[in-house]
Design a protein around this ligand. Sequence first.
Ligand SMILES: NC(=O)c1ccc[n+]([C@@H]2O[C@H](COP(=O)([O-])OP(=O)(O)OC[C@H]3O[C@@H](n4cnc5c(N)ncnc54)[C@H](O)[C@@H]3O)[C@@H](O)[C@H]2O)c1
Length: 339
Amino acid sequence: MIRLGVIGLRVGMRHADAVKICGKAELAAICDTNEETLAKGKERFPNADTYTDYRDMLKDPTLDGIVVATPDNLHHEMVIETLRAGKHVMCEKPFALHSDECKDMIRVSEETGKILMVGQVCRVAPAFVKAKAIVDSGMIGDLYFIESEYAHDYVDIKGWRMDPEMKRHPVTGGGCHPIDLVRWLAGKEAAEAFAYGTHETLKDWPCDDSTISLIKFDDSLSAKVYVSVGCKRYYSMRTVIYGTKGTIIADNQSSTMTLYVDKLGEETSLCGTKMREVGHILPVDVASHNFASEINEFCDSIIEGREPTIPAEEGAKAVAICEAIIRSTESGKPEPIVY
Ligand SMILES: NC(=O)c1ccc[n+]([C@@H]2O[C@H](COP(=O)([O-])OP(=O)(O)OC[C@H]3O[C@@H](n4cnc5c(N)ncnc54)[C@H](O)[C@@H]3O)[C@@H](O)[C@H]2O)c1
């Protein structure tokens, strides 16, 4: 059994739960600066050592890996200290708020030879996993357009996310989910982004609360990503993937996804309507935040001594696209994506 610790016990509590059930690791340590939160953690995980200072936790030589699940602006410092302490790291998304921080963390991971994984959780959401498998099978042909979104209402969310000094732009904070998703589905690098932002719903927040962006991969593929943290609707990441031979509509909250493919539609009809018009409804598990799968992969990469399937570079590339989008809202021009 490998021994893992978790720093930050809000979303980190769900990572800790995932460690408990994965069967490959022991939850050996938990850390939170908030004593009340830490006490709740101790109640839930009585065998874990508790810390209010993560640096004390890092002194435990028996810990193999650490999950960093603290506010975004702390990832850089904590990841670097943890790698330097000789531990593998699984860092929550966004990997960091700025590309230079991402580069620092990757450099230290290379220097120390320790695994650095990023929690781009959409890559393990069952609907998106199935969509990616269909895309990679060639069934819907060559992709030419993908649209995705991060539509959330943050009206009741306060704290560090709206800190004017941190300036955690929603495009990086939440938008890194659909941005990473479209990049992963595309299977190639994005080149340029053009975006408009508005600031109409969360007036007391320091950044635009709604951003619409166009991302150009190359002359054959583009994407559209909508990010809103003040919209009045249900939370979802509805994603439509258009290929030359078919289309997939999927999101992270539904128990089904829809596949439209001409070839299958020729054979069947529903009350006289061709299947290609109504689509094929495919069942999927609902697990918008599949932390169990993430932790399982983190453990496997440690045990097998290999790169994780979502390495740090993937988180860094998502952040680079976010930065180009934000720059474009300021410049009013398309901006190159600088990796
Ligand atoms: N994968 C996802 O979909 C998803 C969902 C929510 C949050 N997140 C990310 O997870 C991270 C944490 O978000 P959250 O919603 O849990 O935030 P939160 O503010 O609700 O909780 C953060 C926790 O970290 C603790 N903390 C703060 N500073 C600390 C320090 N120096 N040492 C130890 N503990 C400290 C706080 O006391 C708190 O308990 C962020 O990076 C966020 O973007 C990811």
